[in-house]
Design a protein around this ligand. Sequence first.
Ligand code: PLP
Length: 259
Amino acid sequence: MTSPPRNVVLCLSGHDPSGGAGVQADIEAIAAQDAHAVSVITAQTVQDSRNVLRVVATPFALLSEQLETLLRDVKPAAIKVGLLADPAQPALIARLARQCAVPVVVDPVLRAGGGTDLATAEALAALKSDLLPATTLLTPNAAEARRMTGLESAADCAAALLALGCANVLITGGDEPGESVVNHWYGAKGTASVHRSHSWPRLPGPFHGAGCTLAAAIAGLLARGEAMDQAIADGQAYTQRALAQAFAPGVGRKIPKRL
Ligand code: PLP
């Protein structure tokens, strides 16, 4: 007898050797939602728990072959996209995501917590023009939302990002000052537009991999069939618990305890 299929999330992410962010964060956060991650690595990075030193994109032909081969076999129930290191990657991912016709969660990875810029201007432009129209939920932090739009307030940034074609935006406030972390979801529930704020006590950081953890957890919950509002709420609660038990694998930032 064959066992029933587990809800599968396709992750397209960079590899972080410190295990804090990228594909390892995705696999752990998705497993914690009782879903199964399949993964194609978009880039290798040279980094430790403090900062990223170098990013090397996966050769496009290899990435394409891995994806086409995997998707002939496995049918994901959601897709999670992280670091995109090459301007050709967003269009390829958007084309395959449209074929899969499942929710697509995109975490725009523009700058490492340690300060290194992770996205070239060309890769950012391609993300906006090619992938946002195929995106169900975009999860920038406040600084990433500002960089993507050139605007200041969360409401203005969200309006501009929705106008580029994504269906929902969750702007996270972990990088903003204040005693609470306030995350803003802008999107649509049925035909009505939605703005909902979620406020969390700020935990002592700094953290590495919090954004990947949140986006991957939401993708796992969507793959399990949760509605967007529930997945956004439950994904944040899970991430807050993982951050409350964070630990330091080295001398740098703490990483969430996802499992
Ligand atoms: N490296 C990879 C592969 C990532 O995907 C990310 C973030 O998503 C980072 C590094 C930076 O993570 P953080 O900003 O949490 O330090």
